[in-house]
Design a protein around this ligand. Structure first.
Ligand code: AMP
Length: 619
């Protein structure tokens, strides 16, 4: 519960700073809080109004900007200036969306296909981050207006499959809207929280979150253990939802009324009216057996049975996704202990029926499916506000994070499936005498060689004071914060020289890529191990060659010519094997060189000690 205090000076009630939960959706967005008196999450509605703010931004000719319901009429009258579905563009390049470019009625810039998309409105260009920030700002204003207190902190939800770039973009949109985004939370995580699942520490549960909205479908399988929400798998279809059901009804009526394509092109408002009536019919049929209405004086009707026949193939596609998600998680239907329903389209009775049959259990559909994600975000916000200290909700890293070490090997600092937030430090040193800088290359992936993994960032730690090789202590620490953003810091402990970098990869990874990377690591496991041991042997060989060379140069006067000759011969042998691919030969040559040089080293040491002792009195 939010804390309420009394301002001693004025005697008025003062509310502790409110952290709001925001569901930034593809079609609609909402803001929710934990009610200060009841302790229950509630969505914020304008007086007599709707809780849903349509995720729409309209730019007027005169420079005016309207958001939400006010922007809706312009979808039809000014489609080029009215931005919808901006969430689909978050963290994406033109290449990522080119196949769907015709879906958007506004202009997406395609001049530099590799960089993040921009949207052109008139002669101005907007990034998806800026556009989303308009919607967030509207939600912030709404919350401030209703709560009558400034709102500066928020938790924002994103789909479980959002990659780093998309999460970072969402966070940046929040910042731009004047919100300190305390946490980015997965939508299925929020939905389960709204149902109280995962709120008790001891419970360990495997659940499915089925989310069918207006234009997108997601199924997520989560395992919740002691407040940790692990996404086991996600599946879905980013272009499947209630809109498809509307279109199916439109098609059905057009057939019945013999409305041709030509008539529709002649009268654009007709297709608009058809679509609106179809949605009305669909909603009506969620509670009735028959819909009757009229379009331009023509009677239209559809029964629930007829609608269900149209809807069935779409719902079957979602059920297939559920089966895939289970398979990907290595689970069977019986393993799923709870099923949570999210999204307006889960109100369709046939959806509930088919999902219930597939999972063979009763579904969680008691809460308003449009609101569950925002309600859960409000619960998470309250936990972050410190009002529920027992709970810390955590997510997990999908792939290992590490740095490149000698020979191009991957040194993992944070293994995959680590809980986040997570912090790990490890010490490294220099390879050369007087080395002033170290290059730190950060990688993500499961393979043993960095070249097979994905490079996230690279930076140089410079200004290390001159020291012999091996003496500097360079501590590299990785911090993955609660949003999954990685902060890498390198510090030379003796001198205090320090450098850090926040890893904001422009392109994160899609689910498929993560899957492929994991699969690759399994298929290549054997050859990876072989390569790693060869590279390790070569690295060790190179080190001993360097040290021996140094030793000979420094101590020439203490060694006989013969000794130098045989040492050099052993060094040549090792060098020859180093270019081959037999690690055992390299190890044997290292052994030989070691055996040979050890007595010399001991002799040199003895001489050094006796020289040091000379002239010194003991006792
Ligand atoms: P969302 O994206 O979660 O806001 O879901 C919006 C979708 O839910 C739209 O396609 C709506 O037509 C659909 N929807 C809302 N209410 C109902 C209802 N009572 N029956 C069927 N579909 C509905």
């Amino acid at each position: 519960m939010a804390k309420i205090g009394i301002n001693i000076a004025t005697g008025s009630l003062q509310q502790a700073e409110m952290i709001v939960g925001i569901d930034l959706g593809t079609t609609n967005s909402l803001v929710a809080i934990l009610h200060p008196e009841t302790g229950k999450p509630v969505v914020l509605k304008e007086f007599h109004g709707n809780a849903l703010v349509p995720s729409l931004v309209h730019f007027g000719e005169n420079g005016s900007v309207s958001i939400g319901d006010q922007a809706r009429p312009f979808l039809i009258t000014e489609p080029h200036n009215t931005i919808f579905s901006v969430k689909r563009l978050m963290g994406k390049s033109y290449n990522d969306v080119r196949d769907y470019a015709s879906f958007f009625s506004y202009r997406i810039i395609d001049d530099n296909t590799e960089s993040l998309v921009k949207i052109q409105v008139g002669n101005r260009f907007y990034s998806p981050i800026e556009l989303s920030s308009f919607i967030l700002k509207e939600l912030k204003n709404r919350a401030e207006h209703i709560l009558k207190t400034p709102v500066n902190k928020a938790v924002i939800t994103v789909p479980a499959y959002f990659n780093d770039a998309q999460r970072q973009a969402t966070r940046d949109a929040g910042k731009l809207a004047g919100l300190d985004v305390l946490r980015i939370v997965n939508e299925p995580t929020a939905a389960s929280l709204a149902y109280g699942i995962g709120l008790s520490k001891e419970s360990s549960k495997t659940i499915a979150v089925y989310d069918l909205g207006g234009g997108t479908f997601d199924i997520s399988i989560l395992r919740i253990t002691g407040g940790i929400f692990e996404v086991l798998s996600t599946h879905g279809d980013t272009y499947l939802g209630g809109d498809d059901l509307d279109r199916a009804i439109v098609g059905y009526w057009r057939n019945k009324l013999s409305i041709t394509e030509e008539e529709l092109t002649k009268d654009p408002s007709l297709s608009q009216v058809l679509r609106l009536r179809a949605e009305e019919a669909k909603r009506h049929l969620s509670g009735h057996d028959q819909f009757d209405g009229s379009i331009n004086g023509m009677d239209i009707s559809i029964t629930k049975d007829e609608f269900e026949e149209l809807a069935r193939p779409f719902i079957e596609r979602t059920i297939n996704s559920c089966a895939r998600a289970l398979q990907d998680a290595g689970l069977i239907v019986k393993d799923i202990e709870e099923v949570v329903m999210v999204g307006g389209s889960t109100r369709v009775p046939l959806v509930k029926q088919m999902v219930g049959e597939f999972f063979g259990r009763k579904l969680h559909d008691e809460l308003n499916p449009d609101e569950v994600v925002a309600l859960g975000a409000a619960i998470q916000a309250d936990i972050l506000a410190g009002n529920n200290k027992d709970l810390l909700l955590l997510d997990i890293t999908p792939l290992s994070l590490g740095i490149e070490t000698m020979g191009g090997l991957m040194d993992v600092l944070i293994p995959r499936n680590s809980k986040i937030p997570s912090r790990v430090g490890r010490q490294y040193t220099t390879q050369k005498d007087g080395q002033a800088g170290i290059k730190i290359s950060v990688y993500q992936g499961e393979r043993d060689l960095v070249k097979d993994n994905r490079k996230l960032a690279e930076f140089n730690l410079t200004g290390i004071p001159a020291m012999p090789a091996g003496l500097p202590k360079v501590e590299i620490s990785f911090l993955v914060n609660a949003d999954g953003i990685l902060l890498v810091r390198a510090k030379e402990l003796r001198s205090g020289v320090e450098q850090s970098i926040e890893v904001k990869p422009q392109y994160g990874l899609s689910d498929e890529e993560v899957e492929r990377m994991l699969l690759d690591s399994i298929t290549h496991a054997k050859e990876d191990i072989a390569t790693r041991s060869l590279v390790e042997a070569q690295t060790e060989g190179k080190q001993i060659l360097d040290t021996t060379e140094n030793f000979i140069v420094k101590n020439q006067s203490l060694l006989t010519e013969e000794e130098i000759k045989i040492t050099r011969a052993a060094m040549n042998d090792l060098t020859a094997f180093m270019n081959g691919s037999d690690k055992d030969q390299i190890h044997a040559a290292i052994e030989k060189l070691n055996d040979l040089s050890r007595p010399f080293a001991e002799r040199v040491m003895d001489i050094a000690i006796s020289t040091a002792m000379k002239g010194k009195k003991i006792g």
